[in-house]
Design a protein around this ligand. Structure first.
Ligand code: AMP
Ligand code: MN
Ligand code: MN
Length: 336
């Protein structure tokens, strides 16, 4: 899939939202272990629904109800409820930043059963689940798609909605550093900033603030990184891993490991970078990045995961070394 939503798909999404009455239950859902794009696009859109007069809007995500510290004060956070408090039979479901039903856990069935559902996403690997698909692989973040639907619904941007969409956009573009940082990304950023939000203050809160223990943990995990110059058919791979014991020793929640891929992927000698993060005994969340030579989403999809060409992930099993061995082998297979 390379093209964005068609005019018919946009019209169907607008019709789906307008088919709900002001007192109908509307459930918003984003992916497990939500990041800035998942939460920002979902809550920004949720605030937009409130502005339209919808009174019964809830937002949730599957699994442990952990809202990472940096997002505790994001506008619209009061819309968030644990999975157990999500509407059982909502009139309408909107799904944000979810490439496949596997990222919805038990909530996938609710999407399948809903009278109306709309999926807003930007993953090339999106599987096409849900009622109406608004999937734009060219979009830098799901918040670009959310902005498109809000404007078609006639919701003006205000500072609260803008802060949510800005956090989402800044997260998925690596603070406007990655390749998909196009003219239209900066045009959207300009419209968001024009509402009066403070990009510097937001960036300090979201990206540049962490507990001392998180820094010590990061230092330890980076300290054990391994560079394999001959991996990925000579393009090089750098990888590291972190265990639940590491988290416990430093008193840190799992989400602090998600930022670790950034220093690891900066290693010049490797095209491919990887962080293998333990989520349970024998189970690992794997983050993969490429500087351009390798389509890491191919590796991730072949392991039941997904993502983008240069940023992807999957769930691996066994020992950390088993996961590394698998990726090393798959990279060689994909490249030879
Ligand atoms: P991350 O490394 O967690 O920042 O994820 C990078 C990209 O891969 C994101 O676009 C995720 O949506 C995607 N991704 C990560 N883990 C998975 C997974 N287990 N299944 C599907 N997609 C994933
Ligand atoms: Mn995401
Ligand atoms: Mn995203």
């Amino acid at each position: 899939m390379t093209l964005g939503p068609s005019a018919d798909q946009w019209a169907a999404a607008v019709a789906a939202v307008r088919s709900a009455g002001p007192d109908d239950e509307i459930q918003l859902i984003c992916h497990v272990n939500p990041d800035g794009d998942a939460l920002g696009s979902m809550l920004g859109f949720g605030l937009g629904l409130r502005r339209l007069g919808f009174t019964r809007v809830r937002a949730t995500f599957p699994g442990d109800f952990v809202v990472p510290d940096p997002y505790r004060e994001i506008p619209g956070v009061d819309l968030l409820v644990p999975e157990s408090d999500a509407f059982a039979e909502p009139r309408l479901i909107l799904v944000f930043d979810v490439a496949s039903e596997s990222r919805l856990g038990a909530l996938a069935a609710r999407v399948a059963d809903a009278p109306a559902s709309v999926v807003l996403d930007h993953h090339a690997s999106n599987t096409g689940f849900g009622g109406v698909q608004l999937v734009d692989p060219r979009a830098a973040a799901t918040s670009v798609v959310a902005d498109g639907l809000l404007s078609r619904l006639g919701v003006p941007l205000d500072a609260e909605i803008a802060e949510c969409l800005y956090i989402a956009l800044a997260t998925d573009t690596g603070s406007f550093k990655f390749d998909m940082t196009t003219v239209s990304v900066h045009e959207l950023a300009a419209r968001l900033i024009a509402t009066g939000i403070r990009p510097g203050e937001i960036s300090r809160r979201i990206f540049d603030s962490k507990p001392f223990g998180a820094m010590k943990l990061t230092g330890e995990v980076i300290g054990r990184a391994v560079l394999e110059p001959s991996a990925a058919a000579g393009r090089g791979m750098v990888w590291t891993y972190a265990t639940l014991a590491d988290l416990e020793r430093h008193g840190q929640p799992p989400y602090v490991l998600d930022a670790l891929i950034d220093p690891v992927r900066s290693v010049a000698e490797a095209d491919v970078s990887m962080v293998v993060k333990q989520v349970a005994p024998g189970e690992w969340s794997v983050s993969l990045r490429s500087k351009g030579a390798v389509d890491v989403s191919g590796v991730a999809v072949s392991q039941g995961g997904g993502g983008h060409r240069l940023a992807a992930g999957f769930t691996g099993y066994g020992e950390a070394s088993d996961v590394v061995d698998t990726v090393r082998r798959l990279l060689d297979e994909h490249l030879n």
